[in-house]
Ligand binder design. Sequence first.
Ligand code: NAD
Length: 512
Amino acid sequence: MTQIAEPETARTAASSETVHHWIGGRRVAGTSGRRGSVFDPATGALAREVDFASVAEVDAAVAAAKAAFPAWRATSLSKRTEIMFRIRNLVEAHRRELAALLTSEHGKVPSDALGEIARGIENLEFATGIPSLMKGGFSEQVSTGVDVYQIRQPLGVAAGITPFNFPAMVPMWMFANAIACSNTFVLKPSEKDPSASLYLAELLKEAGVPEGVFNVINGDKVAVDRILEHPDIAAVSFVGSTPIARYIYETGTRHGKRVQALGGAKNHMIVLPDADVDMAADAAVSAGYGSSGERCMAIATVVAVGTAADPLVDAIAARLPKIKVGPGSDPASEMGPLVTRQHRDKVASYLDSAATQGATVVADGRAHPLYRQSEGFFLGTSLIDHVTPAMDCYRDEIFGPVLTVTRVGTYEEALQPVNDNPYGNGTAIFTRDGGAARQYQFDVNVGMVGINVPVPVPVAFYSFGGWKASLFGDLHMYGPEGIQFYTRAKIVTARWPDPGTSKVDLGFPRTR
Ligand code: NAD
C-alpha cells in the first residue's frame, strides 16, 4: 500500500473562524442567522461558533447529494476502491492535525484522539475491500435453463447524525461503507465539536470524492428533524444518547426510512474472586477514566464478586492519584476535561446523590485542584463503593470519570443486574476460569462482550452494536452489517430460451 508521507508543516488545526456547512464540495456559510458556541474545554473559552442549518440549508445539502448519486453510482468498483485507499492514506497522513482538532473541541488528550482516529482508519481500510464486500451470489440452473443471482445496490442518499464523544471515528464508521457502496452522504455532526467533520470533508475532496457525494450540515434539532422527514433520504444512521436514538428510530421509520440508531450505555465489568487483582484494577481504571469516561464503551460500574471486592477497591483507589489530569496541550496529561461545564457539573452532582443515598465516596473528583482553579471543565477521578441498583449513580448513564462498585456474593447475583439493566452495549468479565467466562458469554444479554478485555469495541471486520436500549434497528454499525445496511438486495431470475420453445401456462411458476 502506498504510504503518504507525514506533511512537513502541520496545518493550523483550529481557527477562530465560524464552522460552516460543506455542500457540493465546498464550505458554505450558513444563512439561517442561528449559531451555536464551540468551547475549548481545557480553558473554558469560547473557541468559535458553528452555523445552525435551516430547513432550506438541509434541503440544499440533500439536493447536492441526490444530484451526485447517479454519477457516483455509475463509478466503477475499482475507481471507488482507489478513492477509498486515498482517503485512508490522507487521514493517516493528517492524523495529527485531526487529533489536534479533537483535543481543541472535545478535550481528549492526544494519545486518546490518535487512538480514535486509528479505529476510524480501520473502517476506511475495511471499505477498501468493497469489491469483495459487494459481491453477490449466483445459482446456476435453479430450473431448466434458469439462473438466479443476487446483486447488492446502493440506497441513494444516506444521512449520519453523530455524537460529541467521537467526532472523527463515528462519522468514519458511517461514511466509509456508505460511500464505498456508492451512496451519497449527508453528515450532521455534534454541534459541540463540529470542526473534525469539515476537516474530513476536505480530505475526502483531496482524495477525489466528487462534489456532492459527501456533505456536512451543522446544526441542531431543526436539521435533524428535516433529515428524518426528508423524502429524498433513504437511510439514517445515528449514534448518541438513548432518548434521542429512540426518537430518531421512531420518527425516521415513520417516514419510511431504513434506520439504525445506537444509544447510550451502562457497561458492567464483572470481577470474579479468582481474577488477577492488579490486572482487573488496571483494566477498570483504563476503561473507566479513559477519555474522562465519555465513551459509550467505558466501564461505568464494577461488579465485584465475593472476596474480590476489598482488594480490588483498594487497588483501584491506589491508582487514581497517579492519573495526570490536565489539558491535552500538556504531553504529560492522561485525562482531559469534560466536554462542557454543564456536563461536568451534572457528572459531579452524582457524587452528592450517591452519598445521600448511602454509597461510600472513596474518591471525589472535585478535590482535584483543576476543578476549582481552572476555568476549564475539569473534574478529577471519582470512585464510589457500595452502590446498589436503586441509586441514581447506578441507574443513570453518568458519562464522566466516575466509577461505581457494586458488591455481590455470587456469579448469579452479578449476572442479574447486567441482564436487568435497560442498556446492553458492552460488558466485560475478569477471571482465570475459562468455563465461567464461557458461561457469562452464553448468559449475558449484551451485544459486545470482553473476556479479560475491558473495552471490547469490535474490529472493523465485525460489526458494532449493543442490545436493548443501546440500539434501535435491526443491523449493527460498520463491518459486514454496515454493508448490508447501506445496500439492498436485488434478485434476478433469468433464462435465455431458444425462440419457439415457449407456451402459455397460467399456473404459478414452478422449478420442477
Ligand atoms: P446526544 O444524543 O445528545 O446527541 C447526538 C446527536 O443528536 C447530536 O448530533 C445532536 O445534535 C443530536 N440531538 C441532540 N438532541 C436532539 C434532539 N432533541 N432532537 C434531534 N437531534 C438531537 O448525544 P451526545 O451527548 O452527543 O453523545 C453522548 C451519548 O452518545 C451517550 O449517551 C453515549 O453513550 C452515546 N454514544 C453511543 C455510542 C454507541 O455506539 N452506542 C457511541 C458513542 C456515543
